[in-house]
Design a protein around this ligand. Structure first.
Ligand code: IVH
Length: 753
């Protein structure tokens, strides 16, 4: 028996040592953190039950370290301990049992239960209320000195108490907490990456760690990190008896404390609450990987002491892992309505967080290349909440040489058209608007709820209609007739009648809804609303897009001679050339309100050797482009990329034909006439800035109801700038352009005239 155990302990030790080496030295882990935890836990359990088998060099005797060479080291005032793990209720019961044996029989054990944040630990010191030092956990004894970087995090007070009415600063206070990205901030960071054509970050915790460990704190400041504080490490002049009191004290000092902590009267209450927490996990603003359970009373906790690197008075209850590793056995390729090609990984089925996963998203081929994911690789897959499971990355160390590179296909798997990758895009596209897969996806979206909402037109019906040649595009839906429909299998009279009735009803959908249904990249219902507020018909929008396209083409021609010999190594010149190549997104937004276009262009182009000869022509062409773009670019909330999408969509031949057919079939393509309550502001254009007595949207509606127009940016054509409290730079622009600035009251007086 004991021999078997000894053998298993040796096996586990060797295996863990190997994984520690792969992770920390080679930077090529072959198992997930959760898989590591499981092995570690098994070893810990065996060693606890059979101390005679524990070896001095056991991995359980080692404290993990995040130290790096880039920072000076700080010694922590007390060891920064770690937590042992529990994976089920049984582990918790055993833990309490062991603790009870070390405490007087009468001891009442209460617990503080709080989320275990999936970030990186930080230790922050205050002297006389002033933040003086901040260090990472490091090896538990020394940490990296990241004081300057931590000071950039807004949720970390630089002075405590933040509100002097809540108490006095202790002489010394060292707190411990966790630094992380809120889920929303991480998504936003990735949206920015995507907008710049850079690969997405995959793992929020590693990205938070990388962000904190920047050599230049200005880089850290650009990241929206958040810090939560959950414990006191050391202090001078604070007298508290429990974790619960400590949490309240920390909150009073002005720290960001997890508000969801709970004081539980016994372990049974803890156990009752755990399932709720697991269910709420995905709704929390931050990632958690379990719950931390601490003995509430400080005196009990200190009586319990620590084993190795873990205090006995606290334990981490880990939720089932959301990550697992498995083999990538194949790939399926999807084509969406925009033509975007998406690779999906076929996996050897793997059980993650209670569900068997057999395929997972790979995002796009750029990402596949950036992460170097290969066919046949062992990959790490993440599944959390409602999100489609996705591949985090390959387990490089598990390769045996049989893996093969994954490349985007050259042609569309559905129609055989050669795929394209637009300049600067990460995705590949099937450019054929008649591709059967694209048509199917376009139609599915077009008829869906929230779009044209045509009842009775599910995917099967659409497929049948395409199959029989009754529809080829969205517009064909509106000229469907009863007779050919009745000839279809399964289409009885009643069904056809209902379908035709819902198609007829769809013809009267609002202009904004029709626009949303077209599925233009980035144009959901909100943006569609902005467009229909500013354009009264589809034709107006089409005209605007066509003018922009024509002006873009003529700008491109004018700029052509300047783009000829792009030097490879001059960053400044490359930047100018980039701007000239993408005038709609790079130049127009900057020059929208410029009164000195010529001067500014001359300044921009100066480093280009031959620019002087072309300046006049370019100024002209840019002027025309800016003027053509103004109706779209000056809509507040409509960014340059969306404008580009709109122009591309409306100037596409196929789309224009579909629109013309829809118009002819009687689909509504005009904005509703807005009821005017007066016309006193007719012909006048207003720009609103600053806080008003009511939301700005209401003021906008008021102006429009009286025949006026509201635009987003100040130009010479602006009649008035209406300035509320704390107005922005628009007032300066108004003064510069000699546009009168008036108050909200003055605006109301104008309307009353
Ligand atoms: S208390 C002495 N509370 O989880 C124990 N830790 O696996 C002090 N963690 O190193 C830790 N959320 O970095 C505590 N609410 C929380 C936590 C938390 C995350 C981290 C902490 C620790 C690790 C242990």
């Amino acid at each position: 028996m004991s021999q078997d155990i000894q053998k298993r302990v040796a096996e586990l030790s060797a295996e863990l040592h190997h994984h520690i080496y792969l992770y920390h030295v080679r930077n090529e882990p072959v198992i997930t953190d959760a898989e590591y935890d499981r092995l570690f836990h098994e070893l810990q359990e065996l060693e606890a039950r059979h101390p005679e088998c524990a070896r001095a060099d056991s991995p359980t005797q080692r404290v993990g370290s995040d130290l790096s060479g880039d920072f000076p080291k700080l010694r922590h005032p007390a060891p920064i301990l770690s937590l042992s793990n529990a994976f089920d209720e049984g582990d918790l019961v055993n833990w309490e049992e062991r603790n009870r044996r070390m405490l007087p029989a009468s001891a009442q054990l209460q617990y503080v239960l709080q989320p275990k944040l999936d970030g990186l630990a930080i230790v922050i010191s205050y002297e006389e209320g002033v933040l003086v030092r901040a260090a990472t956990r490091g090896n538990g004894e020394f940490g990296d000195d990241v004081t300057a970087n931590v000071k950039t995090i807004r949720s970390v007070p630089l002075r405590i108490p933040v509100n002097p009415e809540r108490g006095a600063a202790p002489g010394r206070l060292v707190v411990r907490g966790e630094i992380l990205f809120h889920k929303e901030a991480f998504l936003e960071l990735n949206r920015e990456q995507e907008a710049q054509g850079l690969p997405a970050y995959v793992n929020a915790r590693n990205t938070a760690s990388g962000s904190l460990k920047q050599k230049d704190s200005r880089e850290t400041a650009k990241r929206k990190l958040t810090a939560y504080i959950y414990a006191i490490v050391d202090d001078d002049g604070v007298d508290l008896g429990s974790e619960w009191e400590a949490l309240h004290f920390l909150r009073d000092m002005g720290f960001n404390v997890i508000t969801e902590a709970a004081l539980c009267v016994d372990l049974a209450e803890v156990a009752r609450r755990l399932p709720d927490w697991e269910a709420r996990r995905d709704d929390l603003p931050f990632e958690i990987d379990g719950m931390v359970l601490k003995v509430n009373s400080f005196s009990q906790a200190s009586e319990l002491g620590a084993v190795g690197k873990d205090p006995r008075g606290a334990i981490a209850y880990k939720f089932p892992a959301e990550e697992a590793s498995t083999r990538l056995v194949g790939l399926t390729i999807g084509v969406g309505r925009t033509g975007k090609v998406t690779p999906t990984a076929q996996l050897e089925p793997v059980f993650i967080g209670g569900v068997t996963v057999s395929n997972a998203s790979l995002h796009n081929y750029e990402q596949v290349a950036a992460l170097d994911i290969r066919q046949g690789d062992r990959v790490i897959v993440k599944r959390s909440g409602d999100v489609i499971p996705y591949v985090i990355g390959p387990v490089v160390g598990a390769r045996d040489g049989s893996e093969s590179a994954i490349r985007p296909p050259e042609t569309c798997p559905f129609c055989g058209t050669k795929l394209i990758q637009p300049a600067g895009a990460v995705d590949w596209f099937c450019p054929n608007p008649k591709c059967p897969e694209r048509v199917m996806r376009t139609l599915e979206f077009f008829v869906s709820r929230g779009a044209m909402d045509i009842e009775g037109m599910g995917p099967q019906t659409i497929a049948a209609l395409i199959e029989d040649g009754l529809i080829e595009d969205e517009a064909d839906i509106f000229i469907l007739e009863a007779e050919p429909l009745l000839a279809l299998e399964g289409f009885a009279e009643k069904k056809v009648e209902n379908l035709l009735a819902s198609i007829a009803a769809a013809k009267t959908r609002s202009f904004a809804q029709v626009l949303t249904s077209l599925g233009i990249d980035g144009i959901g219902s909100t943006v569609a609303g902005l467009l229909t507020d500013n354009f009264s018909s589809m034709q107006d929008l089409l005209n605007a897009a066509t003018s922009i396209q024509a002006a873009s083409e003529s700008f491109a021609q004018t700029a052509e001679p300047l783009l000829a010999d792009e030097p490879r190594d001059d960053a400044a010149i490359s930047k100018i050339i980039f701007r000239l190549r993408h005038p709609l997104t790079e130049l127009v937004p900057r020059y929208l309100d410029a009164t000195d276009l010529g001067d500014r262009l001359a300044r921009l182009l100066k480093p280009l050797p031959s620019s002087a000869d072309h300046l006049g022509a370019l100024e002209n062409a840019l002027g025309v482009l800016v003027a053509a773009s103004r109706p779209l670019h000056s809509i507040e909330g409509l960014g340059p990329v969306l404008v580009e999408n709109i122009v591309a969509w409306f100037t596409d031949d196929h789309n224009q034909r579909v629109l013309a057919k829809m118009l002819e079939a009687g689909v509504n393509m005009r904005a509703e006439e807005k009821a005017l309550s007066g016309s006193g502001l007719a012909g006048q254009t207003f720009v609103l800035t600053g806080a008003m007595s009511v939301p700005r949207g209401e003021i906008k509606a008021l102006v429009e109801a009286n025949g006026g127009k509201v635009t987003g940016s100040v130009s010479k054509k602006t009649s008035y700038v209406v300035a509320g409290d704390a107005p922005g730079s628009k007032v300066d622009k108004a003064v510069k352009n000699k546009v009168p600035v008036i108050s909200e009251e003055a605006l109301r007086a104008l309307i009353a005239l």
